[in-house]
Design a binder for this molecule. Structure first.
Ligand SMILES: Nc1ncnc2c1ncn2[C@@H]1O[C@H](COP(=O)(O)OP(=O)(O)OP(=O)(O)O)[C@@H](O)[C@H]1O
Length: 230
């Protein structure tokens, strides 16, 4: 069953003649499915994630954008930023290239934050994520005292702790050495599969992503415009 469907959408990054233009003729993602978004540097992969993460608004027009039973295109059109912010906080988890952890919170605090902000009661998930990602010895440390690989494992726990419907991961292993990258990517994909969370993983390295058996959504570049379709 479809979790996400986009049809005939355009979005712009920046303004004026220098703005970057992204077009999405048709793109969909099923519940529990994991896909890889691939393409060269600067083609618009992060821009696509920002659109899917309800951060970047689509251009006004006739295009369709449905996510988790909601008409997102209509919410943007009607300026319903409070509903979009609530959806973003509760249904989306984001893993950035370099962790994006809050530097003044411990590992424990970073992982707990999203559940705390949403007022979710403890249900054992945080503990399960800490165990699966081998984070017990790190819980009281600040992010600056962690290796890059440890930071990425914490970032994955933080992104999944509130049980989102969709995990967006932007080059989550590109700053790691190959062995660490494989460990972290394998853990990420095992967790989303186990939790039934859908995932979109951005990578410029299709050869690497292919090994994990993900469906591919590839950038098509023509006439200064990037198109993603699936
Ligand atoms: N504020 C802005 N104004 C205009 N263009 C922008 C702005 N921010 C980014 N861009 C352009 O948007 C395009 C898409 O950027 P984006 O970060 O989405 O690409 P990417 O595929 O994720 O790149 P990378 O793989 O290098 O991270 C790039 O050409 C970039 O130069």
């Amino acid at each position: 069953m479809s979790l996400l469907t986009l049809r005939d959408l355009t979005c712009l990054r920046g303004s004026g003649p220098g703005a970057f233009r992204l077009e999405i003729p048709a793109l969909s993602l099923n519940g529990g499915e994991a896909v890889a978004i691939t393409g060269p540097s600067g083609c618009g992969k992060s821009t696509l994630l920002d659109l899917l993460g309800l951060v970047l608004r689509p251009q006004a027009g006739e295009g369709g954008f449905r996510f988790d039973g909601q008409d997102v295109a209509s919410l943007w059109r009607r300026g319903k930023s409070d509903i979009l912010a609530a959806m973003r906080a509760s249904r989306i988890g984001y893993v950035l290239q370099t962790g994006g952890l809050l530097p003044f919170l411990s590992v424990r605090g970073n992982i707990a934050l999203s559940r705390k902000l949403l007022g979710l009661p403890e249900d054992g998930l945080t503990e399960a994520l800490v165990t699966a990602l081998k984070l017990e010895p790190l819980l009281n440390k600040l992010p600056r005292a962690l290796s890059i690989g440890e930071r990425q494992r914490v970032a994955i726990a933080r992104a999944l702790a509130h049980r989102p419907t969709l995990l967006l991961a932007d080059e989550p292993t590109s700053s790691l050495d190959p062995a660490n990258a494989d460990t972290v990517m394998t853990l990420l994909l095992q967790l989303v599969t186990k939790m039934g969370v859908s995932a979109m993983v951005v990578s410029h390295d299709w050869a690497l992503m292919e090994r994990y058996g993900l469906r591919r959504i590839e950038a098509e570049l023509a006439g200064g415009v990037t198109r993603f379709r699936s």
